[in-house]
Design a binder for this molecule. Structure first.
Ligand SMILES: C=C(O[C@@H]1C=C(C(=O)O)C=C[C@H]1O)C(=O)O
Length: 95
């Protein structure tokens, strides 16, 4: 194990450094996919908001947002609610 690999991973053995380096590549790939999905969600959400505003309605629909927040909370627990709130802000801006 090089000193550099140890510094980067925090591992104390070459075996652990290899595991961490490999798993981090998977995490980076997952994060790319998650970001892509969020961007896709933002685009779909924008279509809905545009249609509602054009029809004379409001951008935000709180009862629907409650359903989204509950969905995330049921799947991920309390931090899921915070995640969903951030995602809603990305999709419809600040309220
Ligand atoms: C997309 C919608 O419009 C807004 C954005 C939402 C979202 O991004 O999930 C949810 C509710 C609305 O505030 C919708 O009403 O479904």
């Amino acid at each position: 194990m090089t000193a550099t690999a140890s510094d980067k991973t925090g591992a104390h053995t070459p075996e652990a450094a290899d595991v961490i380096t490999g798993a981090r590549e998977r995490i980076d790939s997952l994060d790319d996919r998650i970001i892509g999905l969020i961007q896709e969600r933002m685009a779909v959400s924008a279509v809905i908001q545009e249609a509602r505003i054009t029809s004379g309605g409001r951008r935000v629909n709180l009862s629907r947002e409650m359903e989204v927040l509950d969905h995330y909370r049921q799947a991920l627990g309390k931090p899921g609610t915070a995640l969903a709130m951030t995602m809603l802000e990305l999709c419809r801006g600040r309220v």
